[in-house]
Design a binder for this molecule. Structure first.
Ligand SMILES: [Zn+2]
Ligand SMILES: [Zn+2]
Length: 231
């Protein structure tokens, strides 16, 4: 889908996410800092073909990617980053605080049913099967070429450090478009901070959420849920 000039979204779907289907919005921007496409977040392991098909529908291929930005280390954002890096020779960018998690060859979430049930209507069976699915995925560690701190410019976009969901979570902003990863979600018409049970520090996550929503934007692109239009 073409959102606005030079900015496109590949929407992928993750079934069996605590009893619902979760969407993933991968943003593809022309004129990345290294001259080709800049892709923001990369979906779950095994989604590479779907990303390839999405790019093909725009007239592009994996090899056209020159820059890969990972908003945070979670597997649904970093899943295909290393494969894309190898195929395209693109540079990978992530906040320095995410690098230790991205370089491990395992990601495992230790969640508790009670915490998840407080925020989502989910049965014990759905909870267990989702956790098992997430924790059994094969994660390929990611080599980060450029470690960020926040404040850098990537093409037209500025890097914002918005901690809370994870320690080194980043967003990208060009004055019009705000790409927020998991710092904001917009699911079923409700704009909200990330799930508490998935947060490194929920108080910081809420502060980052408020900061992002207080900014001027035309398009806010969450990784999960619907794009927020604000004209
Ligand atoms: Zn996340
Ligand atoms: Zn996510």
């Amino acid at each position: 889908m073409l959102l606005t000039k030079g900015v496109r979204i590949i929407e992928l779907f993750e079934p069996n996410f605590f009893g619902t289907v979760l969407n993933h919005n991968i943003t593809v921007i022309e004129n990345g800092p290294s001259g080709g496409l800049m892709i923001i977040d990369t979906g779950l392991p095994g989604y590479l073909n779907m990303i390839e098909n999405g790019l093909k529908s725009f007239g592009y291929s994996i090899e056209d990617i020159s820059d890969i930005v990972i908003t945070h280390y979670h597997i649904d954002h970093s899943g295909n980053a290393e494969e894309i890096r190898k195929l395209s020779k693109a540079k990978v960018y992530a906040h320095e605080l995410e690098v230790p998690y991205l370089s491990k060859n395992e990601q495992s979430f230790n969640l508790f049913y009670e915490d998840v049930k407080n925020e989502l209507k989910v049965s014990k069976e759905e909870f267990e099967s989702t956790l098992k699915r997430i924790n059994s995925m094969e994660f390929t560690p990611v080599n980060v070429d450029v470690k960020l701190k926040g404040g850098e410019e990537l093409g037209d976009f500025k890097v914002l450090h918005v901690p809370g969901h994870t320690q080194g979570h980043i967003a990208l902003y060009n004055g019009e478009i705000l790409i927020v990863g998991d710092a904001v979600k917009n699911v079923r018409g409700v704009i909200s901070p990330p799930f508490r049970f998935f947060c490194w520090d929920y108080v910081k996550a809420v502060n980052s959420f408020k900061l992002l929503l207080s900014m001027r934007f035309k398009y806010l692109i969450p990784f999960h849920g619907d794009i927020v239009f604000n004209f």
